[in-house]
Write a protein that binds this ligand. Structure first.
Ligand SMILES: [Zn+2]
Ligand SMILES: [Zn+2]
Length: 287
């Protein structure tokens, strides 16, 4: 057990570099007001006595029309729905392949139902005036018409941005709550005039590009946070959400070695601008 435990620690250490360095400066305002407390079950491995990150839990998607067998703890790659890890059917820890135990823990939730009317009227305006791909509109429309639900934004993990609220300081924020705040804090690290971009929505047009699985975080959850502050933040005007780029008709998979990755691209010696042009020209904009 000791060996696999230290292997986990190495993995978690790597993740820290990937996911939390962007968001050192969290705006506590964004976390206030529209969050409320509930208790949610989270997967935990009893033998390690700690909680598992969402991405380390996988199982069958609980949506009866989907039932994808390899859905992750926070999102299904097939139907795109955000899911709670505890709702996965037959969940497995991706590190040791055991079935995780469920433990109770207090968490903060975004009160999305309270913000849904604001998000709806903002989305109708933004998607009508701006350039939104059909994929972006369809996904957002599905979320809003299904009705927004409270969304858990804290995790019992050691890496990540610590929660600056009494009683929760031993927890960190869920990555898709704090990563978009990084767009703002990166600008603030670059210049004291960051508000020229982020607090002047009438003067600024914000463009964002992403694959479809990231659309709801940028078209619903983050705008809801920004609107919830009632502080005139710039919300996205143009959202280019696209389908997944396939490799020889299959999904890219680093673990299965399917696809061309950064190091392969570099080894070809083809200049990066040509790669960029090629990728932009083949990006799958329609389903
Ligand atoms: Zn699914
Ligand atoms: Zn495990």
């Amino acid at each position: 057990m000791a060996t696999s435990n230290s292997a986990n620690d190495i993995n978690l250490q790597n993740l820290k570099v990937d996911e939390s360095t962007m968001t050192k400066e969290c705006d506590p305002q964004l976390a206030s007001g529209e969050a409320f407390k509930l208790t949610e079950d989270q997967c935990a491995i009893l033998s390690f006595d700690r909680f598992l990150a969402d991405r380390y839990v996988a199982g069958t998607c609980s949506d009866p029309t989907c039932k994808y067998i390899d859905a992750r703890g926070d999102q299904c790659d097939k139907c795109g729905k955000l899911i709670n890890a505890v709702d996965l059917i037959n969940p497995k820890c991706q590190i040791c392949r055991n079935s995780p135990q469920i433990k109770k823990s207090d968490h903060l939730f975004l009160n999305l139902p309270k913000l849904s009317a604001d998000v709806r009227s903002w989305f109708d305006k933004s998607s009508t005036h701006g350039h939104w791909t059909n994929t972006s509109v369809t996904i957002t429309e599905a979320w809003l018409s299904e009705g927004l639900k409270p969304r858990c934004i804290t995790r019992d993990l050691k890496w990540g941005t610590p929660v600056p609220l009494e009683g929760y300081t031993d927890k960190v924020f869920y990555v898709w709550f704090d990563a978009p705040i990084g767009y703002i804090s990166i600008t603030a690290n670059y210049t004291d005039d960051w508000e020229m971009w982020w607090k002047q929505p009438d003067q600024v047009e914000l463009f964002q590009f992403m694959a479809k699985d990231n659309v709801p975080f940028h078209s619903v959850i983050f705008p809801a946070c920004l609107l919830g502050t009632e502080d005139n933040y710039t919300c996205v005007n143009h959202l280019a959400g696209i389908d997944y780029l396939n490799y020889e008709y299959a999904k890219f998979s680093k673990s299965r070695g399917i696809g061309v990755f950064g190091d392969n691209a570099q080894e070809t010696g083809i200049p990066s601008d040509i790669w960029r042009f090629y990728l932009v020209s083949v990006r799958p904009e329609t389903q």
